[in-house]
Write a protein that binds this ligand. Sequence first.
Ligand code: NAP
Length: 494
Amino acid sequence: MSKKYQNFINGKWTDAASGKTFENRNPANWNEVVGLFPKSGKEEVEAAVKAARSAFESWRLVPAPKRGDILKKVGDIMTARKDEIATLMTREMGKVLLETRGDVQEGIDTAYYAASEGRRLFGHTVPSELPNKFNMAIRTPIGVAGIVTPWNFPMAIPTWKIFPALLCGNTVVFKPASDTPATATMLAEILMEAGIPEGVVNLVHGGGGEVGMAIVSHPEVDLVSFTGSTAIGKKISEVASQTLKRVSLELGGKNAQIVMDDANLSLALDGVLWGAFGTTGQRCTATSRLLLHEKVFDKFMSMLVDRTNKLRLGDGLLPTTEVGPCVNEGQRNTVQSYVEIGLKEGAKLAAGGKAATDGDLAKGWFHQPTIFTEVTPEMRIAKEEIFGPVLSVVRIKSLDEGINVLNNTIYGLSSSIYTNDVNAAFQAIRDVKAGITYINAPTIGAEAHMPFGGVKQTGNGHREGGWTVFEFFSEWKTVYVDYSGGLQRAQIDN
Ligand code: NAP
């Protein structure tokens, strides 16, 4: 009998009113059902928003350091349950245990960072232009935050959003991805155990088109924080604009690593393998393109193909596994269709190229780590997000060409350059159009206390992580205190 999970609305665990459920299966072993989840709709969203709206009136008055104390407890419980959460996450979305443990750790770091921010949450005091008058700008809570998240970081991404939202005094309606509802349920359990009051965090399971859309379009939801594909992000932006909500969009990427002729090649090799095939290439910051200097091309490619062919595919729960499955059948089909597109465009396969179906791999949605060479910047495999274990290699002659090719995409999330020339590194920092640039490190590896986000169609200008996320989840109030005892007129030529 599969475990049955529920929504968490107004402090109570409940089924969908319709009684309908959906299954969540293990991508490494499709026969295994991880759990059954309520297939919710508008009705459950309505109840969740109502609870969040009502809880907002008391939660906003809890002092920020006290809200922070609860988040500190959340971090402590997550630390105690780290292995349990990581194991469940690997079962529901396939990443290897080392990575799911890292995903949980990012949530823990975010909890402690947010907890400490409760005692900062700085405002500004500014001199008035008039005598006997005091000016300040303070941060205030906004209201109900709608949180919609993807499946590739099932704990880290929800915590990047929910913890700062709570710390700033907002309440939350949270819809996780349909591929990772179990990890999200564990997060709700932990928040409850740590003492988050009823109605402050509400979890509603169900499809994006139903539950997600109902949240985004709800007039009583004041702000929306979404991470997912650019296509859905555009829809959300359109719908949320009808009620002029504040919207943060963290969307797709087509990240590249440049390797210059003076680079430390073994370092660059470790970087590209981790960046391209870590999380089976299913990271928004995954290295999807390698821009390789012609002078080191042949040598580097032979090192890269050799190491790629040795990567061990398998169930992420096994200690020997280096690369897990694609998250579901649809995602593996997308990868396969891009392999066909690449071949039709004239690129050549240097490694992989097929679904991996040997032995136990046949039970899941595995795909061989795949490398294309003879890729030109105009090919679709060089410009479009694939979100799987596929690396497109473009030959470059110079740094300028590398930066031009890197920028030749609608996305602008992460980027990397391997070089020992400080001038080249600083030119890349200046000219690469991306929210994140790594020097001598792969395109993946964000730290929780640094701003995270991208330019162009990767987002709409907000940043998660670090101190910047608190900007999104709070509203500035400007306050003037006149203690002169008389009418003082500003902006009048006195
Ligand atoms: P997705 O299909 O856009 O889904 C993301 C979330 O939106 C899921 O919870 C989904 O629900 C929901 N959703 C789907 N349709 C919706 C609609 N019409 N209205 C409201 N919500 C809707 O993306 P994904 O496949 O889960 O994730 C992969 C994408 O996320 C990639 O493009 C990746 O680059 C991006 N990503 C970006 C970042 C970043 O920080 N920039 C980080 C991670 C991932 P269901 O699951 O029920 O469909």
